[in-house]
Design a protein around this ligand. Structure first.
Ligand code: GLU
Length: 311
């Protein structure tokens, strides 16, 4: 059956959108509008300690200011905020539990960040010793003060995705990604579970986001299929780098939308990004809607893009 083309914006409201987020959002919007599809806005406010509602509102305003619109979602429809979707994540968790894929984990290392999308190097692939705990050792943990997190056990299986921009990407789920946290010990649902459940239930067919999440795509695709859904197509957008080669990020407070909106009009900002992405051949003002018709991933560089000379 042919499915409606549906993409998504899925920002986490942990800070103001920066240039890199805006670049991926522009490409996500162009990818879907070029195909005549729909977009949704999903607020990824899983982590109560790193979600600020004033940032969430500004994110929506910033995208609209740029002319990047959506057809359904937050803030008009609160059901598109992950913070309100715990019941759905719980139902998916039960399905995984019935399949024998959930185990309790008492390691603390990766837990703090599990509600956020991982940055490369933050995860610790490999099997966790808690997976095989039994007998006295298990009883000792159960009696301890520390509540467990919950992990999903992945099979020793190769999964290949065909990235719409980068081509074939293969990963062995167990060796390259490893078991992953689905619920933190404080009850907060983790990113990998929530994003997969939502992409599945919201009928997302195109996931366009920054390339630092490429490594998460095989396990998300596997998880959706394990839950009985159909995995979306993925296309990972190039990262923007500062002149010293460092990736731009919210955490480093790089060029964010407060500053960008002071410096440029929406068309000036879009023109600069479109130039960096190879969509136009000189820096000039352009509206996002005027780029949709001729959008083509083949024009967009595959590797990181240095912003120097343009920003
Ligand atoms: N919420 C994530 C972020 O802002 C993006 C997750 C995704 O696109 O899968 O980094």
């Amino acid at each position: 059956m042919k499915r409606t083309v549906r993409g998504r914006f899925a920002p986490s409201p942990s800070g103001r959108l920066h240039l890199g987020n805006i670049c991926s959002s522009l490409l996500a919007w162009l990818d879907v509008r070029h195909l005549g599809g729909e977009l949704i806005f999903r607020l990824e406010d899983l982590d109560p300690d790193r979600s600020y509602m004033d940032c969430a509102q500004l994110m929506a305003d910033d995208l609209r200011w740029l002319g990047l619109d959506w057809d359904a979602g937050w803030p008009e429809d609160k059901r598109f905020a992950q913070g309100s979707r715990g019941g759905l994540y719980g139902a998916a968790f039960s399905v995984l539990e019935e399949k024998g894929l959930i185990y309790r984990c008492w390691c603390s290392r990766a837990e703090r960040l599990a509600a956020s999308a991982p940055h490369p190097g933050e995860e610790h692939p490999g099997s966790c010793a808690c997976r095989g705990l039994e007998g006295l050792e298990l009883a000792r943990r159960e009696c301890g003060k520390r509540p467990p997190a919950y992990k999903c056990a992945v099979p020793d299986e190769d999964v290949t995705i065909i990235d719409g921009h980068l081509g074939e990407y293969a990963q062995n789920l167990a060796k390259d990604g490893g078991d992953f946290i689905v619920r933190r010990s404080d009850g907060v649902w983790a990113y990998q579970l929530a994003v997969s459940v939502d992409d599945m239930l919201m009928g997302v067919t195109r996931v366009v986001r920054a390339a630092d999440l490429l490594e998460s795509a095989p396990r998300q695709s596997w998880l959706i299929r394990t839950l009985g859904g159909r995995a979306p197509e993925y296309a990972h957008a190039p990262l923007l780098t500062a002149p010293d080669g460092r990736k731009l990020s919210k955490r480093d407070g790089d060029l964010n939308m407060a500053e960008l909106r002071r410096r440029y009009t929406p068309e000036e900002l879009t023109g600069r990004l479109a130039y960096l992405c190879g969509l136009i051949d000189r820096v000039e003002p352009v509206a996002a809607r005027d780029l949709a018709g001729s959008f083509d991933w083949a024009k967009v560089p595959a590797g990181p893009i240095d912003i120097s000379g343009v920003f």
